[in-house]
Write a protein that binds this ligand. Structure first.
Ligand SMILES: [Zn+2]
Ligand SMILES: [Zn+2]
Length: 157
């Protein structure tokens, strides 16, 4: 028998407190995880997200390093995986932004004004980059009204 270091043992799962006996299970985020301890993306308990394994099977190779697999909900309904392999995190975020917009207002490309909260066509909005939230979109009218209100508030207060 080969000596297995404590670290490695952990990686192989059996000695990990999250050990699930090698059976597939659904994690708290609703993702199905399958036991492949030698997979390069296996977590410390030896499990890999099933949609990653499916994506790699579909590709016929390892995922590109920065790729993110988007996994559509719906697997539970028809047992079929719907996945999109995104080239990087940025594209994955972009996809989610569009999905959110589609769900909220029916138009994937529309954006929400940060001030009045209404969804609108991007050409009706002023969109500027923002470090924290990626970007900020607002109507010029809303922005002006907001600035005026703030000014009055400052003057009055
Ligand atoms: Zn996603
Ligand atoms: Zn607005």
């Amino acid at each position: 028998m080969q000596q297995v270091s404590p670290l490695k043992r952990n990686r192989y799962g059996r000695f990990n407190s999250n050990w699930k006996g090698g059976k597939p299970y659904t994690d708290h985020q609703g993702y199905i995880r399958i036991y492949i301890p030698l997979h390069y993306k296996a977590s410390s308990n030896g499990y890999v997200h099933e949609h990653i394994v499916i994506a790699e099977k579909t590709l016929g190779k390892k995922l590109p390093e920065k790729a993110v697999v988007h996994h559509y909900a719906g697997y539970e309904l028809d047992g079929k995986y719907k996945i999109v392999i995104c080239e990087d995190k940025g594209y994955h975020n972009f996809l989610h932004k569009r999905m959110r917009a589609l769900k909220k207002c029916g138009h994937p490309s529309w954006r929400r004004c940060r001030i009045c909260g209404k969804w609108d066509k991007p050409e009706n909005l002023y969109i500027r980059p923002d470090n924290k939230n990626g970007e900020q979109a607002f109507h010029r009218i809303c922005k002006n009204a907001y600035a005026r209100k703030r000014y009055h508030f400052k003057k009055g207060g």
